[in-house]
Design a protein around this ligand. Structure first.
Ligand code: N61
Length: 340
């Protein structure tokens, strides 16, 4: 039996929950924090700063063209993001020496201790904290949308929060949601935007039920909305519905302040073209005490020209390897400043 080659210089090997991790020596004390079909995440300590980081190892990223495209896209997206309210990359590395050997890479980002889904289960949030959290969500979304990127799975579980109530938008996407996880009275389906449901090509009863729950509040849309729908199935379904009137939000949201109700009336509009944008919502009087236009930057446009192309596995490897090698870490900030 030949023994495995020694780890790359400056790297060490360790088994974490039955899988081999080979990471830079500066990341100490690996602890598993989550896993799924597409990858696994560990927390670690960056020994240069003593700060906690999250390291994601993608599961066999070059096992198929589809996996490779997904892995490439995640790396490119994360490399593009430099904003306090969006997850960004601190580091990316491969333990493989050459393009020919390239099989794995690891994404390093700031560690976030909890998410909004867990936070909401454990505590009742005060109005001030809700205002600060929603402000940060919209500030992050304004940045992401300016890049031309749409988050199609924005939900409390994808909103990471730390002890100081600082929030970052991310996309765990460690596994595909199964149909059964999407069925019944479950949060996994509550946050789908109506246009995401309506643009989906293979509706299940669950999707249609969810759309109905939305329209019980927003009312059914006018015919001009239905005409704009791309899919004939979606059109036929919408035309078959009895007309529903929009509910008075103040009478459903009895615990919300009048300003909050006013903002929600503008955000929860079925027709995405008539809905306020994240950038517009930030200027709403609800945020008067926290909003500062000059402090709400927009991303540069994201180049997605490779997102819809079919490359061979070797080509995906080459473009991904190039992205790994060309990564420049963000400036290491001193402890007074916030990271990324
Ligand atoms: O968040 C991602 N990937 C990601 C982000 C995005 C946008 C929000 C920019 C659209 N798209 N994609 C694909 N990956 C990721 C998320 C969480 C994670 C590791 C990777 O695990 C933790 C991160 C921080 N703290 C604890 C765990």
């Amino acid at each position: 039996m030949s023994s495995p080659p020694p780890p790359r210089k400056g790297f060490y090997r360790q088994e974490v929950t039955k899988t081999a991790w080979e990471v830079r020596e500066l990341y100490r004390d690996l602890q598993p924090v989550g896993s799924g079909a597409y990858g696994a995440v560990c927390s670690a300590i960056d020994s240069r700063t003593g700060t906690k980081v999250a390291i994601k190892k993608l599961y066999r990223p070059f096992q198929s063209e589809l996996f490779a495209k997904r892995a490439y896209r995640e790396l490119r997206l994360l490399k593009h993001m430099r904003h306090e309210n969006v997850i960004g990359l601190l580091d990316v590395f491969t333990p493989d020496d050459t393009l020919d050997d390239f099989t794995d890479f690891y994404l390093v980002m700031p560690f976030m201790g909890t998410d909004l889904s867990k936070l909401m289960k454990h505590e009742k949030l005060s109005d001030d904290r809700i205002q600060f959290l929603v402000y940060q969500i919209l500030r992050g979304l304004k940045y992401i949308h300016a890049a031309g990127i749409i988050h199609r799975d924005l939900k409390p579980g994808n909103l990471a929060v730390n002890e100081d109530c600082e929030l970052k938008i991310l996309d765990f996407g460690l596994a595909r949601q199964t149909d059964s996880e999407m069925t019944g009275y479950v949060v996994t389906r509550w946050y789908r935007a109506p246009e995401v449901i309506l643009n989906w090509m293979h509706y299940t009863q669950t999707d249609l039920d969810q759309l109905m729950e939305i329209m019980k509040v927003t009312g059914t849309p006018p015919p001009e909305f239905v005409q704009r729908l791309q899919s004939q199935d979606a059109k036929s379904y919408m035309e078959s519905l009895p007309e529903l009137e929009k509910k008075d939000f103040a009478s459903i949201l009895t615990n919300a302040t009048p300003l909050a109700v006013n903002l929600l009336e503008k955000m929860l509009v079925l027709d995405a073209e008539k809905r306020v944008t994240a950038a517009e919502a930030l200027t709403h009087p609800y945020f008067e005490t926290v909003h500062e236009s000059e402090e709400e930057p927009q991303a540069q446009l994201y180049d997605d020209s490779l997102d819809d192309v079919d490359l061979t596995l070797d080509e995906w490897k080459r473009v991904t390897y190039k992205e790994v090698l060309s990564f420049k870490p963000p400036r290491l900030l001193d402890s007074k400043e916030t990271s990324l």
